[in-house]
Design a protein around this ligand. Structure first.
Ligand code: PLP
Length: 383
């Protein structure tokens, strides 16, 4: 099934392996039990398709979905999801009413955000489900610990009106992918203190959660009631060997592939692509791959990343263009127009992690940047 068609799915596509998604969710659910899984499907499911990933996560037993914006959460409701969803990124003038009306949990890290939830509850005559966010040390969002007591007491007052229910307390870790980083323990302690304080004030959250994928895999002591599972669900290791150390096998859920759109011979000394930044060092054969930086192929990949053609890996050469790039198939290459190229996500590599290493970034950026022009094609045993 395809959801986009600006590129013919035969020409290029991101195949989404729903069995791999299921496998990854199952493996981590077992690893973190009895903590629950909150499957994070923001940014269109890290590029894999939010609606598909949400459906698969529910089928795999994830009680919660996590998402950044209210608009993203509403898309899941429109697609038929009726379960618990937490949204956590709200703008200063954001209207919380559609979320409250649809039973979507919103996040409050400030008294202003709490007020927005209260107003939304009054407008739609429903109880707003609100989770309080502490900034335990990420310094990105959430309540400063110095403001926490004030926020908790304001939340309790709201609860007593019946218009708001504080359903959760959470925070986000900055360094969980680095096993021995001292900031993680500091954040864990600040969070534990804040949760204890909220309870002493009289709040009774349904769930308390702190862990992302890296902490789900590597910090069992931080699992609390739920882990917010993002990148590992998509089969990408959140850090250098986190999954291996935890004994969890992750399978890549996205395979980015294309057909060779052209094959041409070049002579030693011929310049290739914009700026002729690559000059053929010998006579060789170039293959044209019909995806470019407008599709999320990082320009930094030029000369630094390899792709798979048949049973060989061959380098990207010359500058990546907006819609296409070239690969060096080598002299006497057997390849022909229409042959399959796997950019990443095949079992035998390359993986998104290899692209990340070559482009000096993280696997998150490699998959979530794959653009809307690239058709997502579902691939599993029962589609
Ligand atoms: C608040 C929050 N929780 C959880 C996650 C999931 O993190 P990861 O993809 O590292 O599992 C994210 C993603 O960045 C996030 O912003």
């Amino acid at each position: 099934m395809t959801t986009h068609s600006m590129i013919d799915p035969r020409t290029a596509s991101a195949t989404i392996d729903t069995d791999a998604l299921r496998h990854n969710i199952d493996a981590i659910a077992h690893h973190v039990a009895p903590a629950q899984v909150m499957a994070v499907v923001k940014a269109d499911g890290y590029g894999h398709g939010a609606v598909t990933c949400a459906r698969v996560a529910r089928e795999a037993g994830a009680p919660w979905l996590g998402i950044a914006t209210i608009g993203e959460a509403l898309v899941l409701r429109e697609a038929g999801d009726t379960g618990p969803i937490l949204s956590w990124l709200h703008g200063p003038e954001e209207d919380y009413e559609p979320a409250v009306a649809d039973g979507i949990d919103v996040t409050a890290g400030t008294v202003d955000q709490l007020s927005s939830a209260l107003m939304a509850a009054a407008a739609c005559e429903k109880t707003a489900r609100v989770q309080l966010e502490l900034d335990s040390g990420m310094r990105r969002a959430g309540s400063d610990p110095a403001e926490w007591d004030h926020l908790c007491r304001a939340a309790l007052e709201c609860e007593q009106t019946g218009a708001v229910k504080i359903t959760g307390i959470w925070s986000h870790l900055a360094t969980a992918d680095e096993p021995d980083h001292p900031a993680t323990q500091k954040q864990a302690d600040a969070f534990a203190d804040a949760v204890a304080h909220a309870r002493s004030v009289g709040l009774e959250p349904e769930i308390v959660h702190l862990a992302n994928s890296a902490a789900a895999l590597g910090h069992p002591e931080l699992h609390h009631d739920a882990v917010r599972l993002g990148i590992a669900m998509y089969g990408i290791d959140p850090g250098d060997g986190c999954a291996t150390r935890a004994g969890v096998e992750l399978l890549p859920a996205m395979r980015l592939r294309a057909q060779l759109a052209a094959v041409r011979h070049v002579n030693e000394g011929d310049g290739v692509s914009y700026g002729h930044s690559w000059i053929a060092p010998h006579d060789t054969t170039l293959g044209l791959v019909p995806l470019g930086y407008a599709d999320g192929i990082l320009r930094a990949a030029s000369g630094r990343v390899k792709v798979r053609v048949g049973n060989r890996t061959v380098p990207i050469v010359g500058r990546v263009c907006m819609d296409q790039f070239m690969i060096d198939l080598g002299p006497d290459a057997p390849d022909a127009v229409g042959d399959e190229v796997t950019l990443f996500g095949a079992v035998d590599g390359p993986r998104a992690e290899d692209w990340a290493e070559g482009c000096d970034t993280i696997g998150y950026e490699i998959v979530s940047r794959i653009g809307g022009r690239v058709p997502r094609v579902l691939e599993d045993g029962d589609e």
